[in-house]
Design a protein around this ligand. Sequence first.
Ligand code: GAL
Length: 331
Amino acid sequence: MKRSRWLFTLVSSICAGVMLQQASAQEKVIRPGEVWLDDRGRPIEAHGGGILKVKDTYFWFGEDRTPSNDPDKRYVSCYSSTDLVHWKFRNQVLKLSNPENLNNWILERPKVFYNDQTKKFVMYAHLDAFGYKLARVAVAVSDTIDGDYKYVKSFRPLDQESRDIGQFIDDDGAAYLIFESRPTHGFFIAKLSSDYLSVEKQVSFIRAPLEGGAIVHYKGLYYVLGSHLTGWKPNPNVYATSKSLAGPWSEFKDVAPPEVNTYNSQSSMLVKVTGKKDTTVIYIGDRWKPSALTDSRYIWMPLEIGSGNMRLPEPKPWTLDVKSGVAAVLP
Ligand code: GAL
């Protein structure tokens, strides 16, 4: 090959490679159930997670189950994104040592709130021990969103047993904790105190034994979604609606055909993306893999929602444009 031709081939293949890389960096496709890589090329570790939006950036917090983590600690990781598709690893924001001398302890379903008065980021998580008998929430705080959160305390919200927790921030900014409470055969929606370090008052008690609780406020209606109590095994998740968070709540209905068990996933959160053209509500669920929790996958899908109905379509790759709010499931 002549030197000039060789140089041309080299330059054009480098250009093609760069273009390909740019195309995949720009590709705004969410692929439910597939391995989801962060900016370092490592699988995202944010199970049972929660999303907090600050200005134009979304922060995803969740259980970090990386096998090389110190087995005596429990970890929460934080990622950030402006498009909800490409995620930058920020920090293992919680690396907690056994806070209360517990046996076989767990820290699950972390959720972070920002308190405008104290300017602190407040993390809630389910803290438990052997046999899930402790049933408390843990609270940790940080001055920055992706800083090292410091453990503050644990408690039982409203003096009730609390296992799976969920987070809801209403359009007016009010912050709520959702928690399942086994002895009551139901779950609570509770308003956080003004500093967010505790729970101020009960807003609603829903007499339905459901966990993985999530809420969205969409076109004048509140939709609450939850899973039945089957541990890591998936089940048909159900939803109800109400004009007010305080209820009365409608009967619960299946969010997907019951035989598909929520497409082998469990609810964790509902995220509303309000754009210039449309509003998309995203179902955020976990496809748990109890034999290797680190490899549990994320099932994110745009919901078909409106007029009191909510339907989770079959998971397929889909695109999202956060600016317009438009989501499209790929054929
Ligand atoms: C589920 C719960 C998960 C985890 C699991 C353990 O019911 O949603 O967060 O606690 O049980 O079996």
